[in-house]
Design a protein around this ligand. Sequence first.
Ligand code: FAD
Length: 488
Amino acid sequence: MPADPSVQHRSAIVWFRDDLRVADHPALTAAVDSGRPVVCVYCFDQVSADVRRLGAASLWWLHHALAALDQDLAALGARLVLRRGPAGDAIRALVREVDAGAVYWNRRYDAAGIAIDSALKTELKAGGCEVKSFHANVLYEPQAIRTQTGGPFRVFTPFWRAARASGVPRRPLPAPVAIAGFDGAVASDALEDWRLLPTAPDWAGGLRATWTPGAAGAQSQLARFIADGLPNYADERDRPDLPATSRLSPHMRFGEISPFEVWHAVAPLALTGDIGHAHVEKFLAEVGWREFAHHLLHHFPALATENFQPAFDAFPWRADEAFVAAWRKGLTGYPIIDAGMRELWATGWMHNRVRMIVASFLVKHGLQDWRAGEAWFWDTLVDACPANNAASWQWVAGSGADAAPYFRIFNPVLQAAKFDPEGAYVRRWVPELADLPAKWLHEPWKAPRSVLAAAGVTLGATYPTPIIDLDAGRERALAAFATLKAHA
Ligand code: FAD
């Protein structure tokens, strides 16, 4: 039967979610290729059941990412329609309003998102609307990477080996040259009315000074990293005092750059000889940890709220609000911890090594439930990611998949001496200690009085005394862990 030409006059909706870009966006490309007028929409859904409400730093990022996407779409001839409320209702209403003949989106893999998408797909298809979803936001989809018995992987190395063996990630798609936008009137919320930015007080100055949300910001960050960070990545990625990592995490979180774009910008460099194979492989493996976390969340939807290893359900966490408050504020008396927590507060980001050190300190020396730390990171990180954050906290706590054993307890002083050897990182974020010599910087409580006085430091007044004795905290953590083993 010949195709009914009038069908193409009905519009195609492209539903943007955590893929706020125009390049390598298969749903957008399919809509443009369909020849239908295109309606681009983002739905701010903070109300549907099981959808996790975004934290404050994420809301700040989202505002700017949506503004940037709207500009990118406008340059191609389209605009971004903003809707708010339960996503299923919003898309259903829009389909009616623009008489859409097709709805396209890129797939997501969390249980709440899948539930919304599947119900909508079934309903719209039954109503005669074409619905297509695409693979775009992870390199390997969860259903494609399974163990030999068909289950999910619980250990990273075999997971990554199986993923790599399944094939080379596809090449990224170019951005459309132009978009034939829907020319009827479509109501849209005003971004400002969503009030995503902090006003009273406006605490986002450090975020503005640090980041350029949006796809253009992501691409320049990637270019900077390939030029300056990647050539030494494997050796320097653990150094918070050096700009050695990509800082792509918030851009990847909101999908301003796709993992396929990152992959194909970096992987071929292993063959050029200019950048060592080891640096490229190490970086790709970190992107692999992102994949692993997303697969884990898919298979274990309660990753942010329940122990991945149920044995930890009996763990004797302490509830100590004062300890958690000092940790959050960066006032623990351990300079590397305080530097990290202040970097987080000021910029919405923290170096990975320091994330591991502060998380270990909270759950081991402090014996605080990892969920308290996960929640604080969720609120304050610009890259707060439902998969990466939950998986990483459980990894540090020992309750997660392929986790660091609980009894491996980071000593923050030794970690600081190793990874911030001259103390540049601590001096930057804990300026009240800046004049201490490197020898005492990471453990000021051991410094002679004269050294402290010369540096203008009065412990307990200008900088806190340690909140806990490291050896005592370590012994207490090991004793708590022993009770867990007794339960097992
Ligand atoms: P690079 O070293 O340049 O890595 C490139 C990319 O790989 C990152 O942008 C990120 O997308 C991914 N990646 C790197 N390391 C990891 C990892 N361990 N797990 C998963 N993906 C990784 N990352 C988040 O994106 N969001 C979070 O909410 C988050 N919470 C964390 C909480 C804790 C307690 C810990 C220990 C780690 C957390 N991470 C999280 C992982 C990691 O710290 C960040 O991805 C990394 O620091 C981002 O910096 P980068 O982009 O310069 O990383």
